[in-house]
Ligand binder design. Structure first.
Ligand code: TRH
Length: 381
């Protein structure tokens, strides 16, 4: 079985390590590869993987050899280089590691795993080669994406079945929520909230308070702390809850990644952000509102529209327009109450739910990213 080294630098937040950790685990569990994950920020990693010991330089977690990536990178010989080298999100491999790659008689397959975008140019850039300017090495850009001409999205072999089983069992979500200390009252809808600090959250919380429909909104400790704290009247801590009007807001601990997935499967609407939670919300087969990672010159809004153009296209005009308007509002000045209400008409709820399920099934036709990546390295590198 080939060996694979995956390099991850945590730029900020949890998306870089969130994606790399899922990929590493899947390559071990489903493909039997010997995987080493080099990561520079163990504390961020530990938030979503509590089994990790941040004091260790080297450790095995779920079959993955996790190594603390420090500067300077330890000296390494060509024999220590893996058969496949994956550079997470253009994180720049250490110079001495590159030298060792170049000195290896059989050059490793070198992949740069890119960020996700629904824009159409991705189709043309996926798998493009890029020769190293000095060394006898060539890397390939590997783009996740929403079409057959991209690398697809990360999903595990048993994921779809697990989601279906969980959602078909009337006791599964209540038992899962109860274990988190949450009891959902009859008729109360469940929203999960994961957003950036600049989200127009105060306006959404006021809207939910004034709504006729009761809502339970759950948020992880540390997320949008200012707005959540203003609602609670104190600094948010896991376990706190407050009810104002129709809204109950509950603070959860930051969950282990697989529990976060189950939370998404349990909800009526998932507010997600960045890249990995955004993808997992799509596998959850539930309506979602995505807050995109902000970029200079509002480049992110182009990406948001590219996603909406794909996602909302198959929807009937009413729910499609309501969803697009709500998502744009959530990424701008706030969700207008008319758009919010339009999302919750019985017709819109049914159509958004059905669409979320068929969207997930259609996306799986492009194959999973881990399998697609390995196939490419085997056939073309
Ligand atoms: O944390 P993010 O904002 O990460 C971002 C994006 O990836 C962005 O594209 C990138 O440029 C930037 O990082 C550097 O959002 P994201 O991608 O959803 O990652 C969050 C991870 O945290 C994801 O793996 C899910 C996980 N998570 C948990 O495991 N438990 C939790 O309780 C929560 C709220 C999240």
């Amino acid at each position: 079985m080939p060996s694979l080294h995956l390099f991850c630098r945590v730029i900020d937040n949890f998306g870089d390590i969130g994606v790399c950790w899922r990929l590493a685990r899947q390559l071990v569990a489903e493909h039997g590869l010997g995987v080493t994950l080099w990561v520079d920020a163990l504390a961020s990693f530990q938030r979503l993987c509590p089994a990790l010991d941040t004091s260790l330089e080297t450790q095995q977690v779920e079959g993955v050899l996790v190594r603390h990536w420090r500067e300077p990178f330890p000296g390494c010989s060509p024999g220590e280089v893996a058969d496949i080298v994956v550079e997470g999100f253009g994180c720049h491999l250490p110079d001495n590691y590159l030298q060792a790659m170049a000195a290896r008689p059989a050059k490793p397959a070198w992949i740069n795993l890119e960020y996700l975008s629904a824009e159409s140019w991705v189709d043309d850039c996926h798998l493009l080669p890029s020769p190293h300017p000095r060394l006898p090495l060539r890397k390939h850009f590997f783009f996740p994406g929403f079409t057959a001409r991209t690398g697809g999205l990360l999903f595990e072999r048993a994921l779809d079945q697990a989601v279906n089983r969980f959602q078909a069992d009337p006791n599964a979500a209540p038992a899962f929520l109860a274990a988190l200390g949450l009891a959902r009252r009859p008729g109360q809808r469940l929203l999960t909230l994961f957003c950036y600090p600049h989200a127009p959250l105060p306006a959404l919380l006021s809207l939910l308070q004034e709504e006729g429909e009761p809502t339970l909104c759950v948020v992880a400790e540390g997320v949008a702390s200012e707005a959540v704290g203003a609602f609670l009247g104190r600094a948010p801590r896991a376990g706190m809850q407050a009810t104002r009007g129709a809204l109950t807001l509950a603070v959860l601990p930051f969950l282990e990644q697989q529990d976060y997935d189950r939370l998404l499967w349990s909800a009526d609407l998932n507010l997600v952000r960045g890249e990995d939670s955004f993808v997992r919300a799509q596998w959850a087969k539930k309506p979602l509102l995505w807050q995109i990672y902000p970029q200079d010159e509002a480049a992110h809004l182009v990406k948001l529209d590219a996603f909406l153009a794909r996602y909302a296209a198959p929807l009937a005009s009413g729910p499609g327009a309501a969803l697009s308007a709500a998502m744009r509002g959530w990424n701008g000045q706030g969700i207008a109450s008319a758009d919010w209400r339009a999302l919750w008409t019985p017709g819109a709820v049914a159509s958004l739910r059905q669409h979320a399920a068929s969207w997930a099934v259609a996306l799986q036709q492009h194959g999973d990213l881990a399998g697609n990546l390995l196939r490419f390295t085997k056939e073309s590198c």
